[in-house]
Design a protein around this ligand. Sequence first.
Ligand SMILES: [Zn+2]
Length: 199
Amino acid sequence: MNRKRPRPSRRQLLQGTALAAVPYVLLPEWQAGAHVPGPDYPLAEWRPASAANYTAANRPMTHPVDRVIIHMTQTTYTKTLFLFENPKKKVSAHYVVRSADGHTSQCVRESDIAWHAGDWDHNTRSIGIEHEGWVDRSGYFTDVMYEASARLTAAVCTRHGIPKDRAHIIGHYEVPGTDHTDPGPNWDWAHYIRLVNGV
Ligand SMILES: [Zn+2]
């Protein structure tokens, strides 16, 4: 109802803040004032999934968390966020990482159970991270996406006491009973695990 009400321009909003002294093109978007940081990972933008697409919980009190599950979206970053926001889709992940620049969104709180593994036991015990791209398009597997994702996974593992190894950082294809193949043969696990461990 208030759509016609004049609103201050972005420039006016930035003026008078400490950030106005910094060229804001150099900052992540949320630091430039456009977005809210993720509730668990401040480097992520908070883009919440529909509450119809995950199970509210109080992990780790209700369910121990001991896995990170790596996915590829098989669609674009933007479409993935739209899917998670659509209450009819019944799908979500905690995080989505963009291919071109590693920009990361958090869509579900880590205390809640996202619906990404296709298996209830693995959903309850894991943090799900989606990566923009297709398993058979190697151009999407960028260095910046690996680096941003590895920083995120390292932070998740530290927060939950998850060992930073291949037994605990797994692909969707390793979930029992799944017919999904992601992240696929183009995903460089050795490189990724080295990055997660800071080497
Ligand atoms: Zn997957």
